[in-house]
Design a protein around this ligand. Structure first.
Ligand code: CA
Length: 225
């Protein structure tokens, strides 16, 4: 559901974060140098960037400035061994959303990611409510009156992304990038996403009256509330 970039030159830690988050359902990309991170940030639309300030080839705060200038939509959590309070304040002043000091536990990292996501979408808890539906972002499940709606992983990813962005049009390109982590021409051109959306609609219709998942012709989809 979420496309995330891990900027960390300690490869073991970077790999550990990636494996943990992928198991939790995130789509992850890694950059082990500031230069690669800078390129990736420029050419991808990430939901979130986990940014180590201590990189060998780049001043971490410069990368933060760049990422905020280029891609205003990505949230940024700083990961740093630097305990200097000035760095923390500078990072938050520049627009980082949160700051995590090393060492941290993976559970803590996940809860910070969820907290930043909630804030970004104006949510109070990990559960999104709409039309009697409940989408639990932590458990990655959707319910209607406590009955679980049996969605496949991809269906859940698409549905939760649309409901997080409810009342806004989400393009096929955005869905492709957020779900698959990349823009694959074939996904984008084919009706792959449409087939998933059709299946989601069918499953919702067993519980809900009315179709709230609107196809916006030629553009994408919008969940209306
Ligand atoms: Ca480092």
């Amino acid at each position: 559901m979420m496309h995330l970039l891990i900027v960390e030159d300690e490869r073991i830690l970077s790999g550990e974060i990636r494996r943990f988050l992928e198991k939790e359902g995130f789509v992850c990309d890694e950059a082990h140098t500031g230069r690669i991170a800078s390129d990736k940030i420029f050419s991808n639309e990430y939901d979130m960037i986990l940014l180590d300030l201590g990189l060998p080839d780049y001043e971490g705060l410069d990368l933060l400035r760049e990422s905020i200038r280029n891609k205003g939509t990505a949230s940024v959590i700083i990961l740093s061994a630097r305990t200097a309070i000035e760095d923390k304040i500078k990072g938050l002043d520049l627009g980082a959303d949160d700051y995590l000091s090393k060492p941290f536990s993976m559970i803590e990292l996940k809860s910070r990611i969820l907290a930043v996501t909630r804030r970004k979408h104006g949510l109070k808890g990990n559960i999104i409510h709409a039309h009697g539906l409940e989408v639990d972002l932590d458990k990655r499940k959707a319910f209607f009156n406590e009955h679980e709606i049996q969605l496949t992983k991809k269906e859940y990813d698409i549905f939760s992304f649309l409901i997080l962005n409810k009342n806004k049009v989400t393009t096929r390109l955005q869905i492709s990038e957020h779900i698959w982590g990349d823009i694959f021409e074939e996904n984008y051109n084919s009706n792959y996403i449409d087939v998933h959306v059709k299946n989601i609609r069918k499953k919702l219709s067993e519980f809900l009256e009315g179709d709230f998942l609107e196809t916006v012709r030629g553009i994408g989809f919008r969940f209306n509330e």
